[in-house]
Design a binder for this molecule. Sequence first.
Ligand SMILES: Nc1ncnc2c1ncn2[C@@H]1O[C@H](COP(=O)(O)OP(=O)(O)OP(=O)(O)O)[C@@H](O)[C@H]1O
Length: 504
Amino acid sequence: MDQVSSHGERCHQLEEQLRRSEDLTSGLQAKISSYEVEIEKLKEHLMQEIHQLEAQKEEAIKEASECSEQHMDTLRDQLIGVQSRLVSLQPVLKNMKTNYNSLRSQVRNFSQFYEASIQEARRQICNAVTNVSEANKDLLQKYQREVQLRKRYHNQLVELKGNIRVLCRVRPHKDLTDQKSSQLSAIITDVNDDTRTSITYKGKEKSFELDKVFLPEATQEEVFMEIEPVVTSCINGYNVCIFAYGQTGSGKTYTMEGTADNPGMNLQSLRALYQEMEARKGLWSYAVTLSMVEIYNEVIRDLLSRDPQDKLDIKLNPDGSGQLHVPGLTSMEVKSFRHIKKLLALGRRNRATFCTNMNEHSSRSHALLTITITGREFSSGAITTGKLNLVDLAGSERVCKSGAEGERLKEAQNINKSLLALGEVIQALRAKQSHIPFRNSKLTYLLQDSLGKGNKTVMMVQVSPLEENIGETVCSLNFAQRVCKVELGPASRKIDTATAKAEI
Ligand SMILES: Nc1ncnc2c1ncn2[C@@H]1O[C@H](COP(=O)(O)OP(=O)(O)OP(=O)(O)O)[C@@H](O)[C@H]1O
């Protein structure tokens, strides 16, 4: 019984399941049908889309083919245009080619011609240069011969005259042109005779004959040319003294020191000496020393010393030679012409340090520049020693005229003492006295080995052109005239070997 009921229940359950499945199936079928409808719709829509796209494609292809055809036509037209232009350009191109070829050959021809011309010109220039340098060499040799001859004749002349030369330089008028300066000068100079000058003094005309008179317009170079052979003879072993003499303001410092633009005898002498030494390079060797002193109130001051206030004295040389020397005097070895310039500047600075007014001070003191040159000739071994003294003397005015008193009177007396001593030395030399009073002043003491017999002396007498200075000018020229009459005799060369060659 129980088994039957359980089967019945099971059947019931299965029936129920079947019913539910049938419900589910019919639901699904409905869904499938609706999907199928939907799919059909979509299919239809898709087909429509495809047709549309195909139509668009067709149209696009059609459009594209139409468009490229138009473009092709334009391009074709352009191509035809280019082609016809090319055809028309062809003769031009051909022409250009021909021209280019002809130009190229012209350029080639021209460069060949140019090269040949250059070579020819070069050859001609070389020939011309050779000829010119030959001619130059010849001229140079002639010139050098002339210079040597001039030097020799000058030396002979100087020796005949006794190795003392007196030159006069007339200072220009201040602030006047050179031409007016000459016309206005109270000193009469003769352009045709440069050895004479005359002055009308106290109603009488006084004439002076000297070795040379320089007009106010004379340049520093012209003055130096006159003394150059004497200066450079120092290299050959001669002692030389060049001194400027004259009243205050007559141009002594201008002549000796000069200015930066117009260097005076000092710098020009040193330059000429260095040029001459340079020209003898390889044949001679030289050592140059320089000292600078000032004599003020009979006191010697060393201008190259570290302490220029130091006072120096003159003593007999302890070597028994009888020569004088100044113990402690700075003697600088000079390395070059440039070095000399520095030393001169140092000397000037030192001189200026112990004076309040340089112009006044320089008027009352003597400035001495001494250059000693020792040379050695390589071939003979000869040794020469020459000394050049360049002296800017103190103003030479007379005490009575300056009306000096006190310190000024002392200065004036000391200046007078040394200038008087210089005059006495000159007088003694002129009279050929056996005793020459060099020791009467510091100045003559210092110049002893350059001023006396056997040496070369140049006195540069400076005069003012002004009427108001005529008295002083006459005094200076009288002194110059006396100096002119001194006969120092032939100069002697300081040379240290028997095998030494004679001066050229
Ligand atoms: N030849 C010249 N050319 C141009 N100026 C000159 C000449 N000579 C002299 N002077 C000028 O004249 C003035 C006086 O000259 P300088 O100082 O040389 O005279 P000085 O005789 O040395 O005088 P001091 O005895 O006072 O030293 C300076 O101004 C100088 O420049």
